[in-house]
Design a protein around this ligand. Structure first.
Ligand SMILES: [Zn+2]
Length: 49
């Protein structure tokens, strides 16, 4: 599974459903990229919020 941290702007539209599903009600934040997710595995340096 591709990490949210790796997504680029132009990939957003085609992966929108996947991104929205995994950023809903976030439980983790990436210390490096500041992205959030409910799945720690999708962040490169995920930390519990
Ligand atoms: Zn990251």
């Amino acid at each position: 599974m591709k990490k949210l941290c790796k997504f680029k702007d132009k990939k957003f539209e085609e992966n929108k459903a996947f991104i929205l599903l995994h950023t809903k009600e976030p439980k983790f934040i990436c210390r490096k990229c500041l992205r959030v997710s409910n799945n720690k595995k999708l962040l490169c340096k995920g930390e519990a919020i």
